[in-house]
Design a protein around this ligand. Structure first.
Ligand code: ADP
Ligand code: MG
Length: 353
């Protein structure tokens, strides 16, 4: 199902949880809704599910306004962080539950439950109760239960938050696999940027109820729309230094650190990804290079992290380990063009070339 938010606002008295959201979600994609706690992710999902009504604006499914449609008529499967399984029922009964009251013949219901269980790889656990399952298995049951209705939209609200680190990685790959097998339009809410980057076709970043950017993970990483998005994506995070731009030159203090064909800006934030630095070796690179004094080095096998100071800010550069740079060395460094992002110092919006 294709989803469109048309200037949708959801307010709770004075709190505007989602503010004028304009957004299109194409059919069949796995989309991650990403942002810090309280930015309006769950409210957006609950509005899609019909549990909250927009204060203004609309939600459209395949161009049809569904803003007034009750939850049970929307064809949505929901999965929450706390699996919300019925403790006194078996796995099979839990998965079958949404089909009760739907006049699905018993045989067909059981077939569908088995199919959903197979897809989620829990068909060997049907007679167990939730207490006899691990966290990851319980979440698989919750996903199977959401899928048994053959939803046209699957919504997952921080489904992995209760799992340990290893299981989280395993389960996010499982969610990706299940989504690709079913092709159901899926919205996955998380505050974990790495989780979001790793599985989604599209990322949607929100802050304070306001959409910041919607793009493919790689495009958003390479072309952040503003400083908030640039800082939210990437681990280790982007380095941010105050500077300025004049005549196509990017300055930190009096030092030119790069050239970029952008407008002048007296006060700018300069964002440089850790992998965006290179140790200068060729004559060509020397023209764009500047000297830094290494505070310390972390050698991590393939990569080395160099720590130095730029414009009074400690920065981190990740370079391939070679040569023998040590603390105290002065090295010539240059910035790779695509890893350098300049933001307006007032609006924090990217200054484009
Ligand atoms: P997220 O899921 O991104 O953490 P939420 O959508 O839950 O954020 O909340 C967004 C904002 O709306 C927060 O400020 C939250 O306190 C507020 N909020 C959410 N639900 C309610 C509610 N039922 N009543 C009042 N305020 C709410
Ligand atoms: Mg939430």
């Amino acid at each position: 199902m294709k989803i469109r938010f048309d200037k949708m606002t959801v307010a709770f008295k004075e709190v505007v949880a989602v503010n004028q959201l304009d957004l299109d979600i194409p059919e069949g994609e796995l989309v991650c809704l990403l942002g810090p706690s309280g930015c309006g992710k769950s409210t957006t999902l609950f509005a899609l599910a019909g549990l909250y009504k927009p204060t203004s604006g609309k939600i459209l499914f395949n161009e049809q306004d569904v803003s007034g449609l009750p939850p049970e008529k929307r064809g949505i499967g929901l999965v929450f962080q706390n699996y919300a399984l019925y403790a006194h029922m078996t796995v099979e009964q839990n998965i079958l539950f949404p089909l009760e009251n739907r006049r699905v013949p018993k045989d067909e219901a059981r077939k569908r439950a088995l199919k959903a269980a197979q897809l989620c790889k829990i068909d060997g656990l049907l007679k167990r109760t939730p207490a006899q399952l691990s966290g990851g298995q319980q979440q698989r049951v919750a996903i199977a239960r959401a899928l048994v209705k053959n939803p046209t939209i699957l919504l997952l609200d921080e489904p992995l938050s209760n799992l340990d680190a290893r299981l989280r990685i395993e389960m996010r790959e499982e969610i990706r696999r299940i989504q690709q097998a079913t092709k159901v339009t899926t919205i996955f809410v998380t505050h974990d940027q790495e989780e979001a980057m790793s599985i989604s076709d599209r990322l949607i970043v929100m802050k304070d109820g306001v959409l910041q950017q919607s793009d493919s993970p790689q495009d958003m990483y390479n072309h952040p729309a503003n400083l908030f998005v640039a800082k939210f994506l990437g681990n280790p995070p982007i380095n941010v230094v105050e500077g300025s731009v004049k005549g196509g030159k990017v300055y930190v203090g009096d030092q030119v650190i790069a050239e970029k064909k952008i407008r002048d800006c007296e006060k700018a934030y300069i964002g440089i990804r850790p992998e965006g630095f290179k140790i200068v070796e060729t004559e060509e690179d020397k023209k764009r290079a500047f000297k830094v004094k290494i505070d310390y080095c972390e050698i991590l096998g393939r990569d080395t992290t160099l720590h130095f100071n730029l414009g009074g800010v400690p920065v981190r550069a990740i370079v391939i380990s070679e040569g023998d740079i040590k603390a105290g060395d002065e090295v010539l460094i240059a910035i790779r063009h695509r890893s350098l992002h300049v933001f307006d110092g007032e609006t924090e919006v990217i200054i484009n070339e």
